[in-house]
Write a protein that binds this ligand. Structure first.
Ligand code: EPU
Length: 429
């Protein structure tokens, strides 16, 4: 077993460089299946979800070459099968993008129902609805989604009943090579949707309106190879901003798009951070005590649900009572039980967490139950007095590139420790 061991209570200072966006990378990599030619993708984060997605493409027969740690070339001209490996596909959420991409390019897809973080019910009814509207037959059997069509998909109006990042991206993927103009209404507006559209447009697609709630995709006959650089990760940046805020100190967060962080910047400023914006960096400074505030998570440009656990940790040591309302997922408070081990005073009532700030958290052994929950526990450990051990860190390493090294570089006392199975941490020291 490997865990993070954190000696908390130190301020953070220095610089951290943000990696490419996970949720853009896991959409753009399968989108390369739509391209006739070689795509070179730069600023790809070196994280487990990306490695898995690349392996899924290799398994289909795509030629996937790592040029360096953050650059990959993909050529999908020799795809052998449109059936994705069952076990690999069910390990990540984004494997569902293989359905839209394979269906759009080859007219058939067989992909197991996706996995990913357990955040409550995660249906894919809007994805399958869109594929059917575009003329596909879609069926779920024995854990697989089967989708196929005769010839090319046909464009259609697609109204999404809920604002869904995944369904918006999957509809775009399916529509890019379809016959005619697909209009997606009530589309999600996250930065990674714009990034996917920019990637596809740079390869010859005709997509307009990405970043608004109406996206128009005019089908083209083929996409050509090219090079593209993925945007910086909004949530990774927000996580380091929250860490600086929780621990105090001064951290320069480099390689960001400040506009994507407006919602996070505004809330951390309400909590007492001083944030200075530069062209592609943010300086986060916190010297005064933290103040309470209320947060409600919403689709972009609202406060991101993927920052809810990290922000709740900051509020858990802020003066006063804060309310956090989860507006996207049914069950995203599973980490609260772990935070209570560290002395946090948080009550959860349905989608609302009532957070009564305490003066200090105390180190404790805790378990990451999902990716962002894990990041939140790391922040809690950094701010707490004493030692925190975070277990189940594989969740964290699915989505944060070199988190230990990046934190160490800004003064955090964190290390990755291998503990032989059956040994307690104390014995392994
Ligand atoms: N929904 C439906 N039907 C659908 C699809 C979604 O009812 O067919 C509902 C969901 O149950 C949820 C809401 O719509 O209540 C929003 O879900 P969405 O589809 O937007 O989420 P997702 O595409 O599955 C992506 C990110 C998540 C992030 C959400 C919301 C990826 C791979 N995952 O998930 O990221 O929380 O958007 O922004 O892009 C993370 O990175 O830690 C993470 C969980």
């Amino acid at each position: 077993m490997t865990k993070y061991v954190i000696d908390g209570g130190y301020g953070l200072s220095g610089e951290v460089t943000i990696s490419g966006a996970k949720n853009a990378a896991v959409a753009i990599i399968p989108a390369a299946l739509l391209v006739d030619g070689t795509c070179r993708i730069e600023n790809v984060p070196e994280i487990r979800d990306v490695t898995l997605m690349l392996d899924l493409l290799r398994n289909l027969g795509a030629d996937v070459r790592l040029i360096n740690r953050n650059c990959v070339e993909i050529n999908a001209s020799k795809i052998r099968t449109t059936k994705a490996d069952y076990d690999m596909a069910r390990m990540i959420r984004a494997s569902y993008y293989l359905i839209g991409a394979l269906l759009g390019r080859f007219g058939s897809a067989q992909v197991s129902l996706p996995g990913g973080c357990n955040l409550g019910d995660r249906p894919i009814d809007q994805h399958t609805k869109a594929f059917k509207l575009l003329g596909a037959n879609v069926d779920v059997q024995n854990g697989y989604v089967f989708a196929d069509c005769v010839g090319r998909l046909r464009a259609a109006p697609v109204y999404l009943d809920v604002v869904s990042v995944g369904a918006t991206i999957n509809t775009v993927l399916a529509a890019v090579l379809a016959d005619g103009l697909t209009v997606i209404e009530n589309a999600a507006k996250e930065p990674h949707i714009v990034d996917l559209a920019n990637f596809l447009n740079s390869m010859g697609a005709n997509i307009s309106g990405a970043g608004t709630d109406v996206i128009k995709v005019r089908g083209v006959k083929r996409l050509e190879g090219g090079a593209y650089t993925i945007i910086p990760d909004q949530i990774e940046a927000g996580t380091y901003m929250a860490a600086a805020c929780a621990c105090g100190g001064e951290v320069l967060i480099k390689n960001v798009i400040p506009k994507h962080l407006d919602c996070i910047t505004a809330k951390l400023a309400e909590m007492g951070a001083e944030i200075t914006e530069y062209d592609d960096a943010l300086l986060v400074k916190r010297t005064a005590p933290l103040s309470k505030t209320n947060i409600k998570t919403l689709p972009y440009p609202g406060f991101p649900t993927d920052m809810q656990p990290q922000a709740t940790v900051v509020l858990s040591i802020a003066e006063g009572m804060s309310l956090v309302t989860e507006g996207v997922w049914d069950n995203r408070y599973r980490y609260v039980e772990e935070l209570r081990r560290m002395g946090a005073k948080i009550q959860v009532d349905g989608k609302t967490a009532i957070v009564e700030g305490v003066e200090r958290l105390m180190g404790a052994p805790v378990r990451a139950c999902d990716l962002r929950a894990g990041a939140a526990l790391v922040i809690a450990g950094l701010a707490a007095s004493g030692t925190t051990e975070v277990e189940d860190i594989s969740h964290i390493e699915r989505g944060y590139e070199h988190i230990v090294e990046k934190l160490q570089a800004i003064g955090a006392h964190i290390r990755r420790v291998d503990v032989p199975d059956g040994t307690t941490f104390a014995k392994a020291q």
